[in-house]
Write a protein that binds this ligand. Structure first.
Ligand code: PHE
Length: 348
């Protein structure tokens, strides 16, 4: 009898099914009242006492294994589906709903971009957009970058040449100041607008630099706009975004399209100004460039620079998101790693 049991064990081990019908046939053959396993138990009753202990154990194992196999098939999704439709299926059922249901989340860049936009909308700024692929005039020329001026090297540019023509006609915008040129060309002052968008620079990718990132740039043009207006607007912006206790300082700087120009630092919100890796132990982090719009820029856009003045500023969205969320590596924003992205579920 031992031989017989071993053969059944082998049969069961090798048995495979693809449909619910075949699984049922398996049950009938091995497990049902008139099946092979109950018959073996019947036969077992007449086995002599010596063999009983050994055989009893194997028989019980055989029964458990057969039952487990049948239960496993029966709970398998494809077999289940086949059962419902009354026909066999040979592969996973792609129409089944996924479980658990995962809610999507907003990208941190979108969250911060929206937050910045809301802050400026509250004080009357409109939102303007423009093309990612720009011409030299809108990205450089109109912004007072003379041809061959070394200031063009401040922003490493991706140029785009038409096939067969070595001279680049277009480029990927290096800043959204290009959008502001388009606004100034198309609208009359007073102008109060921000331009959020993606920009591109030919930089080596690292934890602190990337070949693409996002900016929000702002522009305000009217009669009698002064540097004091610029400072007040930026004080308001920083206090709304980072809190009223955040320290602010301006340092003189240079941009071809603004005169005078400045860079703005805020006290490091990670360490509160005590010094940490993020602020390179200075207690301050640069977040923005700004200045009074250069008269040449106004004239280039057919706005009378004797009548109007204005200010402009530009800030990097990822830089701000890194501060707000304590993110240490810029590359994380572009890797689409769900473990990173799913942490931003609740809106800011
Ligand atoms: N366009 C500048 C940049 O991308 C930022 C800036 C905007 C500076 C407006 C001054 C005024 O670096």
């Amino acid at each position: 009898m031992e031989e017989k049991v071993k053969k059944v064990i082998g049969d069961i081990e090798q048995h495979a099914v693809t449909t619910a019908e075949e699984a049922e046939q398996f049950r009938l053959k091995f497990l049902s009242k008139k099946g092979i396993i109950p018959a073996l138990f019947e036969e077992f009753k007449s086995v002599d006492a010596e063999q009983r202990r050994k055989l009893g154990k194997i028989l019980n194992e055989l029964k458990t294994a057969a039952e487990a196999k049948f239960t496993a098939w029966n709970t398998q999704a494809p077999l289940q589906a086949g059962k419902q439709e009354g026909k066999g299926v040979s592969g996973p059922d792609l129409t089944l709903p996924p479980y658990p249901f995962e809610l999507g989340s907003r990208h941190p860049v979108s969250i911060v971009k929206r937050r910045i936009t809301e802050i400026f909308e509250k004080i009357g700024y409109t939102v303007s957009e423009g093309p990612d692929i720009e011409d030299d005039w809108h990205n450089f020329g109109a912004l007072n970058f003379p041809a061959d001026h070394p200031a063009r090297d401040m922003q490493d540019t991706f140029f785009i040449s038409p096939p067969g023509n070595p001279h680049p006609a277009h480029l990927l915008r290096t800043h959204t100041s290009s959008v502001q040129v388009r606004v100034m060309e198309g609208q009359k002052p007073p102008i109060r607008t921000i331009s959020p968008g993606r920009v591109y620079r030919n930089e080596t990718i690292s934890a602190r630099a990337h070949c693409q990132f996002h900016q929000v740039e702002g522009l305000y043009i009217d009669k009698g706009v002064s540097f004091a207006d610029l400072k007040q607007t930026l004080y308001y912006f920083v206090h709304e975004l980072f809190g009223k206790k955040t320290g602010i300082r301006f340092r003189p700087s240079y941009f071809p399209f603004t005169e005078p120009s400045a860079e703005m630092d805020i006290s490091c919100i990670i360490c509160g100004g005590d010094g940490c890796n993020i602020c390179k132990h200075s207690g301050w982090v640069e977040i923005l460039g700004c200045g009074m719009v250069h008269p040449n820029v106004l004239d280039n856009c057919k706005i009378d620079s004797l009548l109007y003045t204005g200010f402009a500023f530009g800030t990097g969205v990822e830089r701000i998101a890194m501060m707000l969320y304590g993110i240490k590596d810029l590359r994380l924003f572009y890797e689409n790693d769900i473990r990173f992205l799913s942490q931003f579920r609740p809106a800011l």
